[in-house]
Design a protein around this ligand. Structure first.
Ligand code: PNS
Length: 165
């Protein structure tokens, strides 16, 4: 039984993330979506909200679990008995950042392998930050976030100020 972990900030989950989750869930026996703290990013949604949005958006995927962890990804992996990190890559601009993280995780635990999946071209421009920008000022986010969570996302973004979490 092969378990992979798909880590990220997911503030909030987008259709780009969901695409990676769906494809990853076909490859691995179990896929754990892990909401982790990125110390370089300010958050809008709190961690429980992010987890709930992902759970709602992935309800139909039987082998997907969603969890939250405050700490190092490698420690979470150990706890879950997994040695595979799954990540999505959009463009060359993602590469340096992802490369650095993959090597740091390898440095922390040499047993861990990071697998990269190319984004679906349809979502190559998509990011959580772009969704927040568009929704904040009344733009349409149809097709950018899962339909099942769209209204919650719009409501939160329009009411909320970006805060430190
Ligand atoms: O979606 P993001 O913000 O690009 O995801 C980055 C994330 C949350 C996966 C990364 O910041 C992370 O792994 N945070 C946990 C702390 C950690 O293990 N850092 C070491 C890797 S540099």
């Amino acid at each position: 039984m092969k378990t992979a972990v798909y880590p990220g900030s997911f503030d909030p989950i987008t259709n780009g993330h969901l695409d990676i989750i769906e494809r990853g869930a076909k490859i691995f026996d179990k896929l754990i979506v892990a909401v982790l703290v990125n110390v370089d990013k300010n958050g809008l949604f709190d961690y429980a909200e992010r987890v709930n949005l992902i759970k709602k958006a992935t309800m139909y995927l039987d082998n997907v679990e969603v969890e939250c962890f405050r700490g190092l990804l490698v420690d979470f992996m150990k706890e879950k008995h997994s040695n595979v990190i799954l990540k999505g890559l959009r463009a060359m601009s993602d590469f340096e950042y992802e490369f650095q993280m993959a090597l740091m995780n390898k440095n922390l635990n040499s047993e861990i392998e990071t697998f990269f999946m190319m984004t679906n071209a349809e979502y190559s421009f998509l990011s959580s930050s772009a969704v927040k920008q568009v929704a904040k000022f009344g733009g349409c986010i149809d097709g950018l976030v899962p339909e099942s969570i769209k209204s919650i996302v719009v409501e939160k973004i329009q009411e909320g100020d970006v805060k430190h979490v």
